[in-house]
Design a protein around this ligand. Structure first.
Ligand code: CMP
Length: 138
């Protein structure tokens, strides 16, 4: 088994009906889905998830946006999961995302950027545990 990363399909992409297309791209890129659900964050819980950004000017808007509709969090497994997943999704700002990446195809803006991807193995573990218990990982 490979190592793991964590992702969420964000409210804009879920609302637009792009959940299936994004999951298809993730599986076709060789990631195995270890855990997945559809859920809704409160603004407080979104703030907890993004606590690392609490001093950033976009933090308030980000918490409001991330609690504006349902999301689809997932734990994914693959060799080099964190790095390969960041390649698959493209740059945070879709204006800078490479052709064929998930954000190039589905993101609307730097905030409503379709998906999250963990930036390290350590954060992948922390973020996965934020949404899933051990009995939900297969
Ligand atoms: P994500 O990779 O989930 O991590 C932090 C999120 O903050 C980012 O995606 C964007 O959705 C959001 N965000 C909004 N504005 C900015 C910004 N100026 N720089 C970085 N992230 C931003």
């Amino acid at each position: 088994s490979g190592n793991k990363t964590f992702t969420m399909i964000k409210p804009d992409a879920v609302a637009d009906g792009n959940t299936g297309a994004i999951i298809k791209m993730i599986e076709e890129a060789g990631f195995k889905i270890i855990a997945m659900k559809k859920t809704l964050l409160t603004s407080e819980r979104a703030g907890e998830f993004y606590a690392v950004h609490k001093e950033r000017p976009f933090y308030g808007d980000l918490c409001k946006y991330m609690s504006s509709g349902p999301i689809v969090p997932m734990i994914l497994e693959k060799d080099n999961a964190v790095t390969d997943f960041r390649t698959l999704i493209g740059a945070t700002n879709p204006a800078n995302a490479d052709e064929g990446t998930i954000r190039k195809l589905f993101a609307k803006s730097i905030e409503a950027n379709a998906v999250h991807g963990s930036d390290s193995d350590e954060n992948a573990a922390i973020e996965g545990s934020f949404f899933f218990s051990e009995t939900e990982k297969f």
